[in-house]
Design a binder for this molecule. Structure first.
Ligand SMILES: [Zn+2]
Length: 61
C-alpha cells in the first residue's frame, strides 16, 4: 500500500539531470547477497529485478 509510486509525468524534461545521470531520485536497487547495486528503473520494482551477478532478487535501497 505504501509502495505506490508516481510515474514520471510526461511533459517534464528529463535532461535537467546533468552530472548524476543514472543516479536519479529513484535511488538504487541492492542485492542482499553480494551487495551489488543497480540503478532503480522507473516502473520496475526492485523486487522484480534479479541481480546480474548472482541472480538474487534485489530490494530498494
Ligand atoms: Zn548479487
Amino acid at each position: 500500500m505504501s509502495d505506490y509510486r508516481r510515474d514520471e509525468r510526461p511533459g517534464r524534461g528529463r535532461d535537467q539531470q546533468s552530472g548524476s545521470f543514472g543516479l536519479g531520485p529513484d535511488g538504487m536497487c541492492k542485492c542482499p547477497k553480494c551487495g551489488n547495486k543497480v540503478p532503480h528503473q522507473r516502473g520496475t520494482p526492485c523486487a522484480q529485478i534479479k541481480c546480474p551477478k548472482c541472480d538474487s532478487m534485489m530490494f530498494r535501497e
